[in-house]
Write a protein that binds this ligand. Structure first.
Ligand SMILES: [Cu+2]
Length: 166
């Protein structure tokens, strides 16, 4: 089979560009600790309020015995519950989020916290926030007419000033 040398050059160039782009993506992912959430845990989204973990009284920030933080949240049209969280900096924070209705997303700009919240599943993300400050958690999956208003506040305080509920 005859392949024109010019065609061959362009084919090689295309492959080089494609593989370099994949390399750049892999570099960013490894460097910034970006990875796909891997928790596969199912839940009945219509009965969240009847579960031990996702009932209204248990939502929010909990400190574990080892000092790590566990945040239990429900995403529902059009808000995250609770809609104001305070967590410590430099401490592993595990978010457990379930949707009560449709597909939602949670994205915290300037951090690596970003996950989809698929009805029927519990989304779990563990991350550490190195920089104290005020962040927002935004829904980044279009979920209906009120989607633009679906966000909550996340305050990261220095670890020595943290107290649950403070
Ligand atoms: Cu939304």
């Amino acid at each position: 089979m005859h392949i024109d040398p010019a065609e061959k050059r362009w084919a090689i160039l295309t492959l080089v560009v494609a593989f370099s782009m994949m390399g750049v993506l892999a570099g960013y992912a490894i460097n910034d600790n970006i990875n796909p959430p891997s928790n596969v845990e199912t839940i009945d989204s219509t009965r969240l309020h009847l579960t031990r973990e996702f009932n209204e009284d248990n939502l929010g920030v909990h400190q574990q015995k080892d000092g790590s933080i566990r945040v239990v949240m429900v995403a529902a049209r059009y808000g995250f519950f609770p809609n104001h969280l305070v967590v410590p900096a430099d401490t592993p924070v595990t978010f457990r989020i379930a949707s009560a209705d449709v597909l939602h997303g949670v994205h915290t700009p300037n951090t690596n916290m970003n996950t989809m919240v698929v009805p029927g599943y519990v989304s779990e993300v563990t991350t550490t926030f190195p920089h104290p400050g005020d962040y927002s958690m935004l829904c980044n999956e279009y979920c209906g007419l009120g989607h633009d208003f679906m966000w909550s506040r996340l305050k990261v305080v220095p670890a020595d000033q943290f107290k649950v509920g403070g």
